[in-house]
Design a protein around this ligand. Structure first.
Ligand code: 13P
Length: 246
């Protein structure tokens, strides 16, 4: 069975109540894109409202992070169960901005992915090397360590997002050949750890995806969709990217 592509918009710390119009435009456009799953990951403040607005549409709503535990004295944190309760269907874990600005380790990311599974959310587990790691020839080794430590055991019921840190928000992207190489490496890793079932696991590419490069980057072998930051804030751009699979 072929993997259905997933185009996911990570709004990061952007969006106010007034952004509901952008979601409406995304929902309207997604109706015409039967060949691709579309998800929007707004900030937590918009999650419940967006989930209610998107119910019955082709757009699913997800969250950008979760705590590993279900409840407790953790001021400011949000559990996977709470996200599910608010209408989320998925959660991003281990985004490089969480790893770098909040010191999240592979073990913490794995615990969050397990929390997602416990709550019935699909986790999108993010990995990716820095420029310095790539320049030193360590990109694969970094990915292996992150995959080893961040992915939960058992079933491959998550998606992986390969987001080279140096490509995020920079306008720089790897070549299609580099992407094929890294995604092939990730697929191999998944197959050796999870067996045949890993053929169903989606591997997304993220980092400076925009309408002008989407066709080139997203049709590479073992690229099953995209995790999009900046370009997902504008419905027209986001839909133009999703159109690659439409
Ligand atoms: P940009 O698309 O803005 O480069 O961000 C990518 C990203 O970090 C998505 O999670």
């Amino acid at each position: 069975m072929a993997r259905s592509p997933l185009v996911a918009g990570n709004w990061k710390m952007n969006g106010l109540l007034a952004s509901a119009g952008e979601l409406q435009k995304i929902m309207a456009g997604a109706e015409k894109l039967a060949g691709v799953d579309v998800m929007v990951f707004p900030p937590a403040t918009l999650l419940a409202g967006f989930a209610a607005a998107a119910r019955g549409s082709r757009v699913a709503i997800g969250a950008q992070d979760c705590h590993a535990l279900a409840a407790g004295a953790f001021t400011g944190d949000i559990s996977a169960e709470m996200l599910k309760d608010a209408g989320a269907q998925a959660v991003i874990v281990g985004h490089s901005e969480r790893r770098h600005y909040h010191g999240e380790t592979d073990v913490m990311v794995r615990d969050k992915a397990l929390a997602a599974r416990r709550a019935g959310l699909m986790a999108i587990v993010c990995i990716g090397e820095t420029q310095a790691e790539r320049d030193a020839g360590h990109a694969r080794a970094v990915l292996r360590t992150q995959l080893d430590g961040s992915l939960p055991d058992g079933t491959a019921d998550f998606a992986v997002a390969y987001e080279p840190v140096w490509a995020i928000g920079s306008g720089l992207t790897p070549t299609p050949r580099d992407i094929a190489d890294m995604h092939g490496f990730i697929r191999q890793f998944l197959s050796s750890r999870y067996g045949e079932a890993a053929q169903q696991t989606r591997i997304l590419y993220g980092g400076s995806v925009k309408p002008s490069n989407a066709a080139e980057l997203l049709t590479v072998d073992n690229v099953d969709g995209a995790l999009i930051g900046g370009a997902s804030l504008k419905a027209e751009e986001f839909l133009a990217i999703a159109q690659v699979y439409g």
